[in-house]
Design a binder for this molecule. Structure first.
Ligand code: PNS
Length: 171
């Protein structure tokens, strides 16, 4: 490795939507890498609430103008994408034990197909370890208060999205 090697980390996920748990990982990971690419998965098997563009806008709004952090999209194999971006590591947040099995399998599979790319796990901050996009959507869709779990712009987007969906149902 040369002294001038730039360390690029990929933080992939659905981010549907961005939560304070994600943001906690992003802020800490930005200190570990020279560049961090937040990579929104498109065309994966999940049916998202927000479009990739909406999710990217939410993330960009929150991270502001930090030139070391890029927001990007990817489809297909994560390892192939990481190679194209010149990344040395894939970053994943770990919350509870329940995340471990899936993450363990994914990290091993990614290592098998891309042994030069490390998977790095960060424990989600203790204030956010129970926060997931799935639960945030469930609570918000049922009219529960998700303030403090997601950034304000995401909170507004969630309210608008569910109000629009509700209108659509009532028509
Ligand atoms: O936020 P998520 O939904 O937990 O993110 C999962 C994601 C998108 C990182 C994962 O499904 C993924 O890497 N998909 C890309 C397809 C791929 O490379 N699959 C093989 C990994 S074992």
């Amino acid at each position: 490795m040369t002294e001038n090697t730039i360390r690029i980390g990929i933080y992939p996920g659905s981010f549907d939507p961005l939560t304070y748990g994600h943001l906690n990982i992003i802020e800490r990971a930005a200190k570990l890498f020279d560049r961090l690419v937040i990579s929104i998965a498109v065309n994966n098997t999940k049916t998202p609430l927000f479009t990739p563009e909406e999710r990217a806008a939410q993330i960009r709004h929150v991270i502001g103008g930090d030139s070391r952090i890029e927001v990007d999209y990817f489809s297909g194999l994560l390892v192939e994408y990481a190679r194209r971006k010149g990344a040395c590591a894939i970053l994943r947040g770990l919350r509870a034990v329940s995340d471990f099995d899936y993450e363990f399998q994914m990290a091993h599979m990614n290592h098998k197909i891309g042994p030069e790319i490390e998977t790095v796990f960060m424990m989600t901050g203790e204030d956010h370890f129970y926060v997931s996009s799935r639960l945030v959507k469930e609570v918000a869709s049922l009219g529960g208060d998700v303030t403090g779990l997601v950034p304000d712009n995401v909170f507004v987007d969630l309210c608008k999205k569910y109000a629009a969906l509700q209108k659509g149902v009532q028509k």
